[in-house]
Design a protein around this ligand. Structure first.
Ligand code: ZN
Length: 668
């Protein structure tokens, strides 16, 4: 099973702590809105507190990140760079009515192509459908001076629905390579040929295998035999890779320590040679560098863009450790044994010795390649299984990105529509961001690692229901302790009532609002969603006698009302004890009964109501980001004295600037 980037659920409705909120209120989180996309801005809090050397390290690493942009565009589809160039020329030269239907449709299309890093939707992988006429496009292309030959290629790419129809095809029973528009394989090469090519190359007895095929395009040589054209200096995409290397060399001068310097040197060696053994050496050093505050991902990393799952799409994220937030997870981990000893489960099912996991919290400074504009909220790398097992991996959450999602959700009308009353909305405004982060920390650092199986119990005894029940166990552990005075004592919360914000949101989400992601008539299937429904519905049912949770109707709309938070905490403790028992004893039948009774079936009336109310809010299903802008500050003698970060750039402006300043590959 491949470990990879954690994909964000843009579901959260969170607030932030008061002190933080002060300086964020005047920050404009929304950069653009078109089609099914909302583009946000994120802040880089703490950048000013870095040393000048660290800032310069970030600066050159983000330059290295931006220079890789065209590689990804080229990998995504052979026509992408030519299409982008034509679109941008027309966009820049247009002098007609900007309110005309054709231009508006054209502008939306350009923004979609920027967002998808090419002709295809970043999520569905389908080719965008232009809503402007071919005649309009031809006329504007003529005015912009685009030559006949280029125009013919670009028009075919945009307007022929059968050409490049899907970027990555995963359908059964067809040749996945010839039916996918991505450019990891030269035209005319078949899936069977590629599979045979790699099968012959792979040494299955190798315990430390390279990531075969990660950094090459498969082509045919003069004799018609398949060969790998490697992405490296002097090879494929060389002009862009040379710029990446040049900036990595500059960054290396400001490395925080020898390990980090070696990490960057090994990455350069890999880019120069294209040798995947060198990529492994780099990955091992990178995974072992836990001391540096500044960190980065840069390379051919994730393979979702290849229907065969081998070829790495280029991406980069530059970041630095959020010391304050990481202190939070360290405090929790340091007290892991106390939490285990006081958990409301049968003592036979507790661990005598428990070790908390310390997850790092980071601040992103730049997003690039396949991590831009749509981006993950966490990173879990390297991907190589043997390196993970032998040398460990890094798992981080990107808190300034989750924060931007949350802040942008303020004012989208969600709370006003679904939260029962003003006092509850205020509670959420004040404490949901803090308690939601703590909930995640408790879930990840302690929840999954708590408890033990009785001797002889099969870890897979819960079978298909195992992951739902495991997520429920971790969530319940977190929910139960969120209300514990221990958190105030440890300084993690400043108000013993704060937990109520997370409790309210959890029940609301579990019983109602998460249903907006389910199509009418369908059951809940995904494990995390099942777990949330299980917990919320079980607590509702078992609290009925005491009226703990109520569903009330106001003006024909359903609202969650929580009457007794104290009792709700006891219910969470009770269910935690039961699910821990089920896991510890391997009681499949009891686990199955819980899941089937509470986690799967959707009440069609409440489902329809949620979908209708949600639709009226017009919230974009997909979100992404523009980056901040970094500039070197020099004194009158030309010495660098600082690096300045600004946030004012808008979406189109940024895309046009990147195309102007960071294009190394031409239109191919
Ligand atoms: Zn989990």
């Amino acid at each position: 099973m491949k470990k990879s980037l954690i994909i964000g659920s843009a579901l959260a409705l969170m607030a932030c702590s008061c002190s933080k909120k002060e300086n964020m209120d005047d920050f404009d989180y929304t950069a653009d809105r078109f089609a099914d996309i909302e583009v946000l801005r994120y802040q880089v809090p703490g950048f000013e507190d870095l040393s000048l050397d660290q800032k310069l390290l970030v600066y050159y690493l983000q330059e290295a990140a931006l220079w890789g942009r065209d590689i990804l565009w080229a990998q995504n589809c052979e026509a992408n760079l030519a299409v982008r160039s034509a679109l941008e020329q027309i966009y820049a030269n247009y002098d007609g009515d900007r309110d005309s239907a054709d231009f508006k449709a054209f502008e939306t299309y350009v923004k979609q192509v920027w967002f998808g890093n090419g002709l295809h939707h970043h999520y569905s992988m389908d080719k965008f459908v232009p809503a402007f006429s071919e005649a309009f496009f031809t006329e504007q292309a003529g005015k912009a001076g685009i030559d006949e030959e280029t125009l013919a290629v670009v028009k075919e790419a945009i307007f022929n629905p059968d050409l490049y129809a899907k970027r990555v095809n995963q359908a059964d029973g067809v040749d996945l390579i010839t039916t996918s528009a991505c450019d990891f394989y030269a035209p005319g090469i078949t899936q069977a040929e590629v599979e045979a090519f790699y099968a012959a190359m792979k040494d299955t007895t190798d315990l430390t295998p390279i990531s075969y095929g990660l950094n090459s395009r498969i082509e045919r040589d003069a004799d018609g035999k398949l060969v790998e054209n490697f992405y490296r200096v002097g090879g494929l995409y060389s002009p862009a890779i040379e710029k990446i290397v040049e900036n990595l060399e500059k960054a290396m001068q400001y490395a925080e320590n020898d390990t980090q310097r070696l990490t960057i040197q090994q990455l350069i060696d890999y880019y120069r040679s294209g040798d995947l053994r060198k990529f492994d050496e780099y990955s091992i050093t990178w995974a072992g560098d836990t001391a540096s505050q500044v960190d980065f991902v840069n390379g051919f990393i994730e393979s979702y863009g290849d229907p065969l799952g081998m070829k790495g799409s280029w991406e980069s994220i530059v970041n630095f450790k959020n010391l304050e937030a990481s202190a939070r997870t360290e405090t929790i981990s340091a007290n892991a044994q106390w939490f285990e000893d006081h958990s409301p489960v049968d003592p036979r099912f507790r661990k005598d010795k428990v070790k908390g996991v310390s997850a790092k919290v980071i601040t992103a400074a730049i997003l690039a390649g396949d991590a831009y504009p749509a981006t993950p909220i966490g990173i879990n790398l390297p991907n190589s299984n043997w390196i993970r097992a032998a040398h460990g991996s890094k798992s981080v959450t990107i808190e300034n990105i989750t924060e931007a999602y949350d802040m942008a959700s303020h004012g989208n009308g969600f709370n006003e529509e679904f939260v029962i009353d003003e006092p509850t909305r205020e509670l959420l405004e004040q404490y949901l961001f803090v308690t939601d982060n703590l909930h995640t920390d408790l879930h990840e650092c302690l929840g999954h690692g708590s408890g033990q199986l009785l001797p002889g119990v099969d870890p897979d005894a819960l079978k298909a229901h195992g992951s739902t029940l495991e997520e429920a166990r971790a969530d319940l552990f977190a929910l139960y302790y969120l209300a514990d005075p221990k958190l105030v004592e440890l300084g993690l919360l400043d108000n013993p009532e704060a937990y109520k914000a997370e409790y309210y949101k959890y029940i609301l989400n579990g019983m109602m609002t998460q249903l907006m992601r389910i199509e009418p008539g369908k059951d809940v299937e995904e494990a995390h969603m099942r777990n949330r429904k299980l917990i919320a519905e079980w607590a509702y049912e078992h609290g009925k006698a005491d009226n703990v949770i109520e569903l009330v109707k106001i003006d024909g709309k359903t609202y969650v009302k929580i009457n007794d938070y104290d009792k709700l905490r006891s219910l969470f403790g009770e269910l935690l004890a039961e699910i821990q028992r089920i896991k510890s004893e391997g009681d499949y039948e009891a686990g199955r009964a819980l899941v089937e009774q509470y986690a799967v079936k959707v009440d069609p009336a409440i489902h329809k109501e949620v979908l209708d109310r949600y639709a009226k809010l017009n919230i974009a299903p997909y979100k992404g980001f523009v980056n901040p802008v970094y500039e070197l500050v020099t004194d009158k003698d030309g010495n660098i004295t600082d690096v300045k970060v600004t946030y004012g750039e808008d979406y189109a402006e940024q895309m046009l600037r990147y195309s102007r300043d960071y294009s190394a590959l031409g239109v191919r």
